[in-house]
Structures are given as C-alpha cells and as structure tokens.
Design a protein around this ligand. Structure first.
Ligand SMILES: Nc1ncnc2c1ncn2[C@@H]1O[C@H](COP(=O)(O)OP(=O)(O)OP(=O)(O)O)[C@@H](O)[C@H]1O
Ligand SMILES: [Mg+2]
Length: 449
C-alpha cells in the first residue's frame, strides 16, 4: 500500500535479505530490496525512501559508498548499516560518516524492528511520514495514533476501509485503548469531516437527562424544560455522533436509538419526529454480546450498532508498540530533547498495563515532570502500586480503632483528582477505573469538581 513508510534494504546475502524483507513487511513497512550497492542506489534515486538499511561488506560498491552517496544526495535520509559480529570499528566508522544506527550480525527480528521503529520515530521522519500518509492516502490521518504492531496495523487497515462509508462502527476494547482517538480518525477520514464531531458519554449522564440530551426536547415537555433544546443528534447533523459507553444506555432508551439508526429519524421529548443526517460511531468497554445474553442490551440494537465491529487490542497484547508510544508521549508532553534508556523501555515493556495506553501516557507524563535529568532511566520509573504494593514508598497508615473503607475510597478519589488538577479522565486512569465509575463515585461522595 502506498501509504506505508518505505525502507530500502541493500544486502547481497540472499537469505538475510529475505529475512529482513519479510520481518519488516510483516511489521507494516513497504520494503524495497536490492542485491548490491549499484542497484541499491538506483532504486534509492527512483523511490527516495526515508530509510535505507545497507550491509557494509558487499562486492562492488561497499556500504560506506552507499552511505556517502545517500547522505550527499538526500542528507535527511536515515541510514542503518549492518556489520559482521566483532567489527565494531566498522560500525563506528559508519556512524562517523553519518549513519543513524547499526545492526551487528546476527540480530533478531525484534532488535531489527526496534531499531527501524526508532528511526521512524526520529525527529522529522515521523512528520514527513504523517505528511506523506495524508497526501497519499488522502483520507485517514493516523499521525496521532501510534502503532507498528500487526494488531494495530489491522485496525488501521479496517479504519481506512470503512472511514469513507456511512456504516455504523462499533469500537470495542478495554478502557484506555484509544477508542475515542479512532472514533475521531473515522470522522476526519469521512466525507463528513467538515461537519461536527459530537461525543456523548452515555454513562456520564443521569438517566432522566439522557433522553433529552440525545434527542432534544420542546419547551414545557417536562418541569425545567423552559425552552426548546437541541439534542446531540441534531447537533451532529451532517457530521458524526460518537456514542461513548453505549453499553450503559438504559434499556428503555434503546428502542429510540434503534429507530434513529434505522429510520434516521428522532423524536425530541414532547415533540414531533424529525429527520437527521448523522453517522453513528459507538464505543464500549463492556462485552456487549454478553450484555445481550444477560438481557441488558437489545439484540436488534446490538446488530444495528455492530455493522462493523473494530476491536482495539489491549496494550499487553501488543507490547512492541510500547517503545514507540513512550517516545510519542515524551514528545507530546514537552520532553522533545529527553532521551529514554533502553533499560527503561524494557521495564515498561514487561508491565501489564491494566489501564492500557492511557496508563502508559500518564506514567510518562509523571516521569517527565519528576525527572532529574534529560535522560529517563529505570530510576525514574515508580509504578503506582496500590497501598502496600511494591514500588510505593508510602505505607498505608490506618488508625488503630479502624477505618471505613468508604472513607478510604473517598480519600483516594480526592487525592487522584488533586494530583491530576481535577482532570477526571486522568484521575480515573490513575485509579484504574473507567471515567464513568469515577463520576459515579464523585457523585456518591459529594465530591465537587
Ligand atoms: N495508539 C495510540 N497512540 C497514541 N495515543 C494513544 C493511542 N491509544 C490511546 N492513546 C492515548 O491514550 C489516551 C486514552 O485514549 P482514548 O481516550 O481514546 O481511550 P478509550 O479507549 O476511549 O478509553 P475509555 O474506554 O476509558 O474511554 C488518550 O490520551 C489517547 O490520546
Ligand atoms: Mg473513551
């Protein structure tokens, strides 16, 4: 596909060349190959790939020659050289000539992918990629969504294919896996991109208000309805309505949503039906099929919503994305010049991430704020284990006479909000609970924003 980042491989050893080609293709790159330096440079001039991987020792033009020529003709190109085991001085020489990195034979697939991913994440290359992707694919902008794993590439593929259609998409996945991010990408990749994108969190709005929130109401239809009010469906007219946490939609409202989806027609509270032109993208971290079985969710609505189900994989199922995500968040949160130690990446890669990408993002943000130098190392990594958990210096100090669990919970909620400047999304991630659960707890304990 034209919008994949390209890599040119120049390697005379056929079996190694095939392994490289296969590994990188599998990781989602567009791979070009050449069997020697001369053919490699020809191909380089034709295709101008942003990354070249070349063996050093080859008959004819050597890897050094290739490196010099590439750097002369297109200095922004990154070159990774391959050297034989035990020839560090060759790698050093290549680095002096402007190589970005080197691989020493024999190397594993993971090492290869990591080095390549690092290169693509490096400075301008990524921006260039984003620009190319937009230009070539035209539609869906994935520049804010990071992922080289097979699983995420499959998500991107599916999103690309369905974005421009009018089909209802159901995004499934644990909390913090990027459902909202993908919903926005779907909208921006559709013909409705110029229209509004209206998110509604079905779990955050009390039942009594939800109907009017979604479908609007007319003046006088209930106490407090002092004037006509547009619902989210009307607001989203000509655009996309994002129904977040759709699994929490009360059963008695489900027929109304079904009708809106089927007939493109809504009925404001106390008013007459009207047509709306809305594309619906829904999301849930609940197992909706199970909810159907349990009788909490209407089967017909489920099938209406899940015309195209897109499953976002949990972070622990795609650990190879972690290094890229970490670097992405370091930059996103103002740490542009900050280095990240490989040891730290390894540590993070081994974590379980119940809060998924959001949890990783919060952790990176915290490490950046608390860092002692412009180099993040395992010393900066303090997992936020719960009371008594490893890695936490604070020991839970409970009074001898006992303490109510509810008060403890209330304190935890307040502390989480305080630490996150009242940001509910971040506070929820901090507590490893969905945002609606946090909001529910805040209401329960009378905690104000
Ligand atoms: N693949 C990704 N690349 C970059 N950032 C990501 C990615 N996935 C998630 N994020 C970031 O993680 C955070 C959580 O993502 P998002 O809000 O889309 O998750 P969600 O699935 O909607 O979670 P929830 O179910 O809790 O609402 C956001 O800040 C988002 O930008
Ligand atoms: Mg969300």
């Amino acid at each position: 596909m034209a919008n994949k980042p390209s890599v040119l491989i120049i390697e005379d050893d056929t079996s190694l060349r095939r392994v490289l080609e296969f590994s990188l293709e599998e990781a989602g790159y567009r791979v070009l190959t050449a069997v020697d330096g001369t053919k490699g440079l020809d191909l380089f001039r034709q295709e101008q790939p942003p990354l070249v991987i070349t063996d050093i020792a080859m008959p004819g033009l050597s890897g050094y020659d290739v490196l010099k020529a590439v750097k002369e003709e297109a200095p922004e190109t990154l070159v990774i050289v391959i050297t034989a085991f035990g020839s560090v001085e060759k790698a050093v020489e290549a680095m002096k000539l402007g190589a970005y990195d080197y691989l020493t034979k024999p190397f594993g697939r993971d090492e290869l992918r990591l080095v390549v991913a690092k290169a693509f994440d490096f400075s301008g290359l990524k921006r260039e990629n984003a620009r190319l992707r937009e230009e070539l694919a035209g539609q869906v902008d994935f520049s804010h969504i990071v992922g080289i794993s097979e699983k995420m590439q499959q998500v991107f593929d599916l999103v690309r294919r369905v974005a421009s259609t009018e089909a209802t998409v159901l995004l499934l996945g644990e909390s913090g896996t990027g459902k909202e991010l993908v919903a926005r990408a779907l909208h921006h990749g559709s013909e409705r991109a110029e229209g509004p994108f209206i998110p509604v969190n079905c779990a955050a709005i009390p039942r009594e208000l939800l109907e009017s929130e979604l479908f609007g109401h007319v003046k006088g239809s209930f106490t407090g309805a002092v004037r006509d009010r547009q619902g989210k469906f009307q607001q989203a007219d000509g655009g996309t309505l994002f129904l977040d946490e759709v699994g929490e939609l009360p059963v008695d409202l489900q027929p109304k949503l079904l009708r809106a989806l089927q007939e493109r027609e809504i009925e404001p509270v106390g008013g007459a039906t009207c047509k709306v032109d809305v594309r619906v993208v829904a999301a849930t971290n609940r197992n909706l099929a199970q909810a159907v079985e349990d009788g909490d969710f209407r089967e017909d609505l489920y099938y209406r919503l899940a015309v195209i189900p897109v499953e976002l994989p949990a972070l622990r199922e795609r650990r190879e994305d972690i290094p890229l995500l970490v670097r992405h968040f370091v930059k996103k949160h103002g740490g542009a010049g900050v280095q990240v130690d490989d040891d730290l990446l390894q540590r993070l890669g081994a974590q379980n991430w119940p809060g998924n990408v959001r949890e990783l993002e919060n952790l990176v943000e915290r490490m950046l704020i608390l860092r002692r130098s412009d180099r993040l190392s395992p010393a900066d990594f303090k997992p936020t284990a719960g009371p008594g958990g490893k890695g936490d210096s604070r020991v839970l100090n409970l009074p001898d006479e006992g303490y109510s669990l509810e008060d403890l919970e209330k304190e935890a909620v307040i502390e989480a909000l305080r630490r996150n400047d009242g940001n509910q999304t971040k506070a929820a991630a901090f507590l490893r609970i969905p945002r609606h659960t946090l909001i529910y707890r805040m209401e329960k304990y009378g905690i104000k924003k």
